[in-house]
Design a protein around this ligand. Structure first.
Ligand SMILES: [Zn+2]
Length: 360
C-alpha cells in the first residue's frame, strides 16, 4: 500500500500525529508572518530615522510670516516692506484676517483694493495664512502655545469654532483666495481647532516650537514658529541673532508696529539671511511626512521652561505693581466682563463701530 500523508494516522498502536503536525505547521506560519511584519516595521522605523537624520544635517531654513494683514493695516509701513520682499524674490506667509473687528488694527483708511492685493500675492506664489476670523479675543484660554490667556478660538465649543472657521474660509473663497495654512491670532488655539481645521481642508499650521516641521497622526503638517522681530531687528543694546545651523525657523513679524529704523534694519538683515529663506511650498516638499523626534521634544521643553519663567517674571512684576482704583480689567486691548459661555469664562470684545456704521 503506497504511503500518503494520512498514513500518519494509519500506523496501528501509534498515537495520532496529524493534529500535532497541523498545529506545528500553523505555529510556524504564524512565526514567519510575525517575523515579516516586525521586519517591515523596523525597516519603516529605520527609514524614518534616516530621513530625520538626513534633514537634520541639512542647512537651516527660514520662513518669514507677516501677521495682521487686513484692509485697515498700516499700508504706509507695509509698502516699503513689500518692495524689499519683491527685490529679493522672497515668498512669505501673509497672515490675513478675513473679517477684521479688532480696533487695534484700524490704523489707516481701508484699502478698497485689499483683496486685489491678496490675490496678487497669491499669484506671486506667496502663502496666504488664515489669521483667525475677526481677530477678537473672546476667551481667557491660552490654548496650546500662547502664554497670554486670551483667544479667539481656544476654549470655545466645537460648534462655535466650526462656525467661525467656516465663515472665515467662505470669505476667502468668495474673494478667490485659497488658504490651507493656519496662523492663529495670538498663537492661541486648541486641539478642537486643529481637528476642525483638518476637516475644513486647512492642513498646515504655522506654530509650535520644534526644530523642524513634522506631520502628526491626523496628517496635519506643523511648521514651527519660534522667532519674532526681536531676533531679527536690532533694538537698543541688542544685536540681531546669527542664523542657526539647522532646522526650520519662522520669524513672525507684526509690521503695523514697525518704525522706519526697523525697515532699514529689515532690508539689511534680509540680505544677510536671503540664501536661507524658503517658501512654504519648498519646506512642505522637503519635510512633509517627517515625524517629530527627540531633538524636537527637547526643543519644546526648552521653550516651555522659558515660557514658565516669563510667566513667573510677569506674575512677580504684577504683584509688585501698586493697585489703582477699581475699574474694568483692560488687558491686551480687551475689556474683561467674565461672561460664562461654552463651559469657559469668556470676555466680550470691545464693541466697535464698523466702518459702515461710522460712515452713517
Ligand atoms: Zn494678529
Amino acid at each position: 500500500m503506497p504511503w500518503s500523508g494520512s498514513s500518519l494516522t494509519s500506523i496501528p498502536g501509534e498515537p495520532c500525529l496529524e493534529p500535532l503536525a497541523r498545529a506545528l505547521r500553523y505555529g510556524l506560519m504564524r512565526v514567519l508572518w510575525l517575523g515579516l511584519i516586525f521586519q517591515y516595521m523596523s525597516a519603516a522605523e529605520n527609514a524614518h530615522r534616516f530621513w530625520n537624520r538626513m534633514i537634520a544635517t541639512s542647512d537651516a531654513s527660514y520662513l518669514l510670516r507677516f501677521d495682521d494683514i487686513c484692509p485697515t493695516m498700516k499700508w504706509s509701513t507695509w509698502e516699503p516692506i513689500e518692495l524689499i520682499l519683491r527685490e529679493h524674490d522672497i515668498k512669505p506667509i501673509m497672515a490675513v484676517v478675513p473679517d477684521n473687528h479688532d480696533p487695534e488694527l484700524y490704523l489707516e483708511r481701508a484699502n478698497p483694493n485689499f483683496w486685489d492685493r491678496v490675490r496678487s500675492w497669491q499669484a506671486a506664489g506667496w502663502t496666504v495664512g488664515l489669521h483667525g476670523f475677526q481677530h477678537t479675543y473672546v476667551t481667557r484660554h491660552p490654548g496650546l502655545y500662547s502664554h497670554r490667556k486670551a483667544s479667539e478660538f481656544a476654549g470655545l465649543s466645537p460648534f462655535a469654532q466650526r462656525e467661525k472657521l467656516a465663515r472665515a474660509l467662505a470669505i476667502l473663497r468668495s474673494e478667490g483666495v485659497h488658504s490651507s495654512l493656519w496662523a492663529a491670532p495670538g498663537h492661541s488655539f486648541d486641539r478642537t481647532t486643529v481637528l476642525i481645521l483638518g476637516e475644513l481642508g486647512v492642513t498646515s499650521i504655522s506654530d509650535g516650537f520644534t526644530i523642524s516641521p513634522y506631520t502628526d497622526e491626523q496628517g496635519t503638517f506643523w511648521i514651527p514658529q519660534q522667532l519674532s522681530e526681536k531676533q531679527m531687528l536690532s533694538s537698543p543694546g541688542r544685536k540681531p541673532s546669527e542664523p542657526k545651523s539647522k532646522g526650520v525657523w519662522t520669524f513672525c513679524f507684526h509690521p503695523n508696529a514697525w518704525t522706519d529704523e526697523d525697515i532699514v534694519c529689515f532690508r539689511r538683515e534680509v540680505g544677510r539671511y536671503r540664501s536661507l529663506i524658503r517658501s512654504v511650498g519648498e519646506v512642505h516638499a522637503l519635510y512633509f511626512g517627517r515625524q517629530m523626534d527627540w531633538p524636537d521634544r527637547i526643543q519644546i521643553a526648552k521653550f516651555e521652561v522659558r515660557r514658565q519663567l516669563r510667566l513667573l517674571g510677569f506674575a512677580y512684576s504684577v504683584a509688585k505693581t501698586p493697585k489703582v482704583a477699581d475699574g474694568p480689567n483692560v488687558a491686551n486691548g480687551v475689556i474683561e466682563h467674565g461672561v460664562a459661555e461654552h463651559g469657559v469664562a469668556e470676555m466680550e470684545p470691545v464693541r466697535i463701530a464698523t466702518r459702515q456704521e461710522k460712515d452713517q
